[in-house]
Design a protein around this ligand. Structure first.
Ligand code: HEM
Length: 118
């Protein structure tokens, strides 16, 4: 475990605890919440679905039965889970975020693509 504290991440102890508490609910069903999240995301931002070649044209109501979609939703949720599990290990968290950013930059996704509002 790192010697760095949550203060390094600019999270207060309360914010950190709130994240852990709320994520605890989601972590019980990463697959279910992952699929629900992505369908909501694609409803709000339909153009993003086109980035996902393997299910770009699949109608929203059919996505929950699409195995590539389900696997991707779970992969993203697992990545988020990894971030949350490492809130107390700044070095690891930094590396995980960097890797995610690099992988998405290769796909021509930009920083603003990560700043979507709900
Ligand atoms: C915190 C936000 C996000 C996380 C944690 C995340 C995580 C991931 C992970 C783990 C993968 C698969 C492994 C990899 O190549 O890195 C992936 C693939 C991908 N992500 Fe993200 N992602 C995020 C946001 C986004 C956004 C905003 C978009 C915009 C459309 C996006 C588009 C994609 C695409 C197109 C792929 C490739 C899917 C394929 O295999 O065909 N991601 N993402």
């Amino acid at each position: 475990m790192s010697n760095q504290t949550n203060a390094d991440l600019l999270l207060t102890a309360e914010e950190n605890q709130a994240l852990l508490d709320t994520w605890g609910i989601i972590a019980k069903d990463l697959k279910g919440y992952g699929s629900k999240y992505f369908i909501y995301f694609f409803k709000q931002y339909p153009h993003y679905q086109l980035q996902f070649k393997s299910f770009a044209k699949v109608p929203l109501e059919e996505l929950t039965e699409n195995r590539r979609f389900k696997a991707h939703a779970f992969t993203l949720m697992s990545a988020l889970n990894g971030f949350i599990e490492n809130l107390d290990d700044v070095e690891m968290l930094d590396e995980l975020l960097l890797k995610t950013g690099e992988n998405h930059a290769k796909r021509k996704l930009a920083q603003e693509d990560f700043v979507v509002r709900f």
